[in-house]
Design a protein around this ligand. Structure first.
Ligand code: AMP
Ligand code: ZN
Length: 201
């Protein structure tokens, strides 16, 4: 029997498609792996990939991701507003497949994941992955920057103005409030129960 190779001398495991060594990456780089995951890809062309959000916060939650490297909103250049428009337009084309659903299109002011991604999210917020106040407030306060506002800002100012981390934390910590009525629940279980009243199923 051959002696086992000491782990320090073993070659790095390879990805069978490219035979490049598989490197361990930080979780914040996860979208870069997901844009190649056939189970998550919904649409793809030469400019963008639309994937399902791996932890959807509503019945229909997609991420629209440019193929060129754009780490975040701050790294956008004025001339890239046309790409943002294209991302929004393509997500609205996808929305036509879900005619019973209302969607919002926007960016988190302070994203957790690297590589620019536009959230396209149905307004039912009916999902087991929607658990915390931070989740809710990230889509239902000014923390969620509407795509059209981001594009307007980029065109007018040549850059996207977001917010400081402190301002972002304040928004995520705001009291819960229903997005459809004046109800202000004390906690997430109460809000989730209340949201069923607004579902048209
Ligand atoms: P944010 O960076 O805050 O704008 O949001 C990142 C989004 O990516 C969240 O809605 C997560 O549920 C989602 N997400 C996290 N990891 C992955 C992944 N590996 N693949 C797809 N979606 C992911
Ligand atoms: Zn309500």
């Amino acid at each position: 029997m051959a002696a086992a190779t000491p782990s320090s001398k073993r070659p790095a495991p390879t990805d069978s498609s490219s035979l490049k060594p598989v490197k361990k990456t930080h979780w914040s780089q996860g979208l870069l792996a997901s844009i190649n995951d056939p189970n998550l890809i919904v649409e793809s062309d030469d400019r963008i990939v639309i994937i399902k959000d791996k932890y959807p916060k509503a019945r229909h939650h997609f991420l629209v991701i440019p193929k060129i490297n754009i780490p975040n909103l701050k790294s956008l250049k004025r001339e890239q507003s046309e790409l943002l428009r294209y991302m929004e337009d393509q997500s609205k084309v996808l929305a036509t497949k879900y005619p019973q659903n209302e969607f919002k299109y926007g960016y988190h002011a302070i994203p957790s994941m690297s590589q620019l991604h536009l959230h396209m999210i149905s307004q039912d917020f009916d999902s087991p992955c929607l658990k915390t106040k931070r989740h809710w407030n990230s889509f239902n306060t000014r923390y969620f920057l509407d795509s059209s506002e981001v594009i307007r800002c980029l065109e007018e100012r040549g850059m996207v103005v977001t917010m400081t981390p402190i301002a972002g934390e304040k928004l995520l910590d705001m009291p819960l409030k229903c997005h459809k009525c004046i109800y202000s629940p004390q906690n997430m279980p109460k809000l989730k129960q209340h949201l069923y009243k607004h579902l048209n199923n």
